[in-house]
Design a protein around this ligand. Sequence first.
Ligand code: LLP
Length: 416
Amino acid sequence: MAAFEYRGERLFVEDLALDELAARFGTPAYVYSRAAIETQWRAFDKGLGTTPHLVCYAVKANSNLAILNLLARLGSGFDIVSGGELERVLRAGGDPGKVVFSGVGKNEQELRRALEVGILCFNIESEAELERLNRLAGEMSRRAPVSLRVNPDVDPKTHPYIATGLKEHKFGIAMEDAVDLYRRADEMPHIAVRGIDCHIGSQLTDLEPFAEATRRVLVLADELQAAGLELSHLNLGGGLGIRFRDENPATPAVYTQLLCELLQGRSFKLLIEPGRAIVGNAGLLLTQVEYLKDSGAKHFAVVDAAMNDLMRPALYQAWHDIAPVYLRTDIESETYNVVGPVCESGDVLGAERTLRIAAGDLLAVHSAGAYGFSMSSNYNSRPRAVELMVDGSEVHVVREREGVAQLYVGESLLPD
Ligand code: LLP
């Protein structure tokens, strides 16, 4: 079953019509399909088959507690990048023993908390971070499990804002410095070297950069083993792309098969950190047309969702399919710029879209399950959208729509 499909003229998510969800819960609304999320996670897990492995969902893609909880129930691990994400995972029932911690700027409080709850591995991004972690682990009488995140200097051929695996990027440790730093790490009393980590970018639609990065990591693994360092796992990061428009990324099955082939004959446990490929096409943003207007040069469909709800089009010029929730035949089609109410010309959810719509109609902005809600903001003092999880013919409110009063919690007036 496709997560989102038309039945007659109406767009459904699983067994519920989106127009009914809009009537019950209002718009804008993020709507997720439980079945789609579970299917995608299982595809990665199944694809890695008998290779010892752990699929660590990248929490930043969508950190709603219900989603984390669903994945925890399936046995998922988690890739986190902040103390906030760690607390979310714990709150959602995730196992700290399956958590890996990435990111270039982990602060002392975050490192201490992760040591305290006993995470699986710290993905270390610099020598300074390694020293800090060794000191903190010493103070807490622990040994911190680490991987060094190496930068394999491979071009992922993706949008420059989401490419991370080149030398010019802030991420990781240069390959040529890695062996020395591993030696140092191995001598540190409160560090336990566990593996190698790498992540080269996001929304990769070509498998070759993954293969090249993996080959480079394996060369390093051989060097380290020759130097007498024991490694138990390789973490190959996330980054598998999805179809937004006409891209043809590999399926999780094909991608995992490639990884298994590359690792054949090795005894490492394989960790991966997919985010977008698990949740991206399992969610959409439901919005209503407020006004149609004509500037003389362009037709605009002004909708009630905006760049604060879904930032990707404004930030990355990302293309999201925008489709009517009800297929009309009674209106001529027109080419619209679908824009939000935010006071910025960049607040465009989709440019030049041919649609048959009238004011009041509902639109679905597709492929919004990843980096949609998690990147949303309150810009223009807009309360954040409600989040709904559909499970067959049931719907669960997994995050209530924000109220205006919540927007200024913690703010105060100056004294008279
Ligand atoms: N692991 C690490 C270390 C990462 O930095 C990321 C994403 C992932 C895993 C998950 O990557 P994925 O499988 O989701 O591609 N906001 C951007 C994407 C930023 C990705 C940042 N890192 C977007 O909306 O396209």
